[in-house]
Design a protein around this ligand. Structure first.
Ligand code: PFF
Length: 454
């Protein structure tokens, strides 16, 4: 059964595929609005702390669990810890993957609508208030977003069934550099808008008086979400890594690329938002109402450039989302395929069907289903909260305890050093973080949020 598993042809392929999973709507859509909701620079500093102290070590841990076991997430724990309850960590990850894919596809679908808008040049001549109302009309429409989310899931489905490796490796090699360049250009444009200074200040001048427990939970959740950690996604990808892939270096590269893209997105969104008077805490709609403004205002003398850039931007955003939805889909498909003896095709169909069902409910929860809430949240927000702020950090907690305390250290060292062929100067520090720092920090943030420390 293993020979129909995907395999990344090269070391670069491994890095690019993992970075493709990490870089997505989490960086360009979720990071800015979480930063906006939590007050700006102080949130970013705490976020960076979470990336370095928790994200990178846990990423290496996921990599080593995946490559060592060569199995899907749940199977990986089963193999490394047979007949124990550790497999539940993998199963929780699979469930998280399904839930994230469902609501993530809604936003991914929005990017397709915006490609259409950009191509038909409908941003031209519109004012900021027009952008706000047209986004609201669109996202609460019962049909259009649902249609796009189905299209997006079907594209993901098609790629998953056709085979992951060639598609991801090839498209990542071209699309990632293009995305970088375009983001740099747009950040330059946004910073040069009149009144952009306030946005830059918002990003760079921390106001710690606004920091409370929810800021820490938000930053930690965002770090896990953005790095695709805590649900075995990178574990599943690492099961396709070759024996020569340097796990530590790969984690550092993926972490650096991911953080760079998120910060760049911040430098595009906030200067522009402040410049046109859009509140930074506008929530999930933030990029969909600020970016059309950037294209409108930064290129007033060059409408053709505005036209081309807006089309390119939304295409690249959709592709970045696609490389992430593929990775989410792969986690659940690999699990069903390998654990329940379903063919890959059948497993993929089941996943796509489930996600279309939940995705439609999530999409409707932003429009005609607004009145239906659970714990005070609509389904879209509930899925986001439960996965990013509870399941992923919890998964991270268990993965660090598993690697730091349970797993035989000979296995850990062998994987990190590629059987002794690499130098491992940070090995002891890495184990120390997984054993103590990560579990304690994650627990404190959880307990603090529950209000037990006050
Ligand atoms: N990291 C992706 C993003 O930032 O868009 C989202 C994601 C993908 C989360 C895969 C979790 C995951 F397993």
């Amino acid at each position: 059964m293993k020979n129909d598993r995907a395999n990344f042809g090269s070391k670069l392929g491994a890095i690019l595929a993992s970075a493709g999973s990490a870089v997505g709507l989490g960086n360009i859509w979720r990071f800015p609005y979480e930063t906006g909701n939590h007050g700006g620079a102080a949130f970013i500093l705490i976020y960076l702390g979470c990336i370095i102290a928790l994200g990178l070590p846990i990423m290496v841990a996921e990599f080593l669990i995946g490559r060592r076991s060569k199995a899907n997430t749940a199977g990986a724990f089963q193999r490394l810890a047979p007949l124990t309850h550790w497999r539940w960590v993998g199963r929780m990850g699979v469930l998280a993957g399904l839930l994230i894919l469902s609501y993530y596809s809604v936003v991914a679908g929005w990017t397709l609508e915006y490609i259409g808008e950009a191509v038909s040049n409908s941003f031209a001549g519109e004012s900021p208030t027009d952008f706000i109302s047209s986004f609201q009309d669109f996202s609460s429409n019962p049909w259009k977003p649902v249609l796009w989310l189905i299209v997006f899931l079907l594209i993901t489905h098609f790629i998953i069934v056709k085979g992951v490796e060639k598609g991801i490796e090839k498209s990542s090699k071209i699309m990632m550099p293009m995305l970088f360049i375009l983001l740099l250009v747009l950040a330059g444009c946004s910073i040069s808008l009149p009144g952009a200074e306030k946005g830059i200040e918002f990003l760079l001048k921390p106001d710690f008086s606004k920091v409370d427990a929810s800021v820490f939970l938000g930053a930690m959740g965002q770090a896990f979400f953005s790095l695709s950690l805590g649900m075995g996604c990178l574990c599943t990808y690492a099961s396709y890594f070759g024996p020569k892939t340097n796990l530590t270096k790969t984690a550092l590269s993926v972490g650096a690329i991911d953080t760079f893209v998120a910060i760049l997105a911040g430098f595009i969104i906030f200067p522009a938002a402040f410049s046109v008077g859009i509140k930074p805490d506008a929530g999930p709609s933030l990029i969909f109402i600020t970016l059309p403004n950037v294209f409108q205002q930064a290129f007033t003398g060059a409408p053709l450039l505005a036209y081309i850039f807006s089309i390119m931007f939304y295409i690249l955003l959709a592709v970045a989302a696609l490389t992430s939805t593929i990775s989410l889909h792969e986690v659940v498909t690999a699990y069903l395929h390998e654990e329940f003896n379903l063919t890959r095709g059948k497993a993929a169909k089941l996943v796509t069907g489930c996600c279309i069902f939940f995705g439609i409910l999530c999409s409707l929860s932003l429009g005609i289903g607004k009145g239906y809430t659970l714990f005070g949240l609509g389904l879209f927000d509930l899925f986001d909260f439960v996965t990013a702020k509870i399941m992923l950090p919890l998964g991270g907690l268990f993965i660090s305890i598993f690697t730091g305390w349970y797993l035989d250290k000979k296995i850990v060292w062998k994987e990190i050093s590629n059987n002794g062929s690499l130098k491992t100067p940070f090995y002891k520090f890495f184990i120390f973080i997984l054993k103590f720092i990560a579990p304690i920090a994650i627990s404190i943030i959880f307990i603090n949020e529950l209000g037990l420390l006050n």
